[in-house]
Design a protein around this ligand. Structure first.
Ligand code: ZN
Length: 224
């Protein structure tokens, strides 16, 4: 199965009376113009070039564009540029642009929603944060809101770090049963830097965010 490649489509066919067939010397031919286009899963993405051939009506001999002589070359060039590229040949490109547009729009909507969540934090909110100072690839950790008191947000850390954006905890992971206070503006500052990757609210129990892990002193002292 070929999922992508190029195809050619006949976009114009016109009778030609001046060209002498090199095979049978007859002067009744058809000029055929093709557009080559890139396709992905048979959806045309965009056209790449036009080519022309001359087909003899009598013997069906095909003369390729580069072999066409007798001054018809310039005529063919003019004809080629006069034939518009069918719009459907850009459909894949339009789909791709529409998808990009959608993702950008969706991202902006999510961003707006997350800002309103940070403006009014709620118990059980979960933040996914990237810690760039972490030397390993496990740069992401989660914070869970335990209490909100005025502008203070009391949070607990996840016991694991992750190497990317996750929407659920590892089955062995949970949030520590100890918490510390942050100003909600600090969280908004992290959001501004782009390191607060996700604000998760109204999650299902399968996400594992309700698991609690006992924080032992040895955890903090044993590792590093
Ligand atoms: Zn011929």
């Amino acid at each position: 199965m070929i999922a992508y490649g190029w195809s050619a489509k006949n976009i114009k066919q016109a009778p030609l009376e001046s060209y002498e067939c090199p095979h049978c010397q007859q002067k009744q031919s058809e000029l055929v113009i093709f557009a080559k286009y890139i396709h992905i899963f048979w959806i045309p993405v965009f056209p790449i070039m036009k080519t022309a051939i001359i087909v003899c009506n009598q013997c069906k001999h095909e003369t390729e564009e580069k072999a066409i002589t007798l001054g018809t070359q310039s005529t063919i060039k003019q004809l080629k540029s006069a034939v518009p590229l069918p719009k459907y040949m850009f459909s894949g490109l339009l789909l791709i642009l529409a998808a990009i547009g959608y993702f950008i729009y969706d991202g902006m909507q999510t961003d707006k929603l997350e800002l309103t969540y940070l403006d009014a934090p709620q118990r059980r909110d979960v933040y996914l944060i990237k810690n760039n100072e972490e030397k390993t690839e496990h740069k992401h950790y989660l914070l869970k809101v335990r209490e909100v008191a005025g502008d203070s947000v009391w949070v607990s850390n996840s016991s694991f770090n992750y190497n990317g954006i996750v929407s659920e905890l590892d089955p062995k992971d949970g949030f520590y049963d100890v918490m510390y206070g942050m100003h909600k503006n600090d969280l908004k500052e992290i959001k501004k830097t782009g390191d607060l990757k996700k604000v998760i609210r109204d999650y299902s129990s399968t996400a594992g965010f309700d698991r609690e892990i006992e924080f032992l002193e040895t955890d903090s002292m044993g590792v590093e």
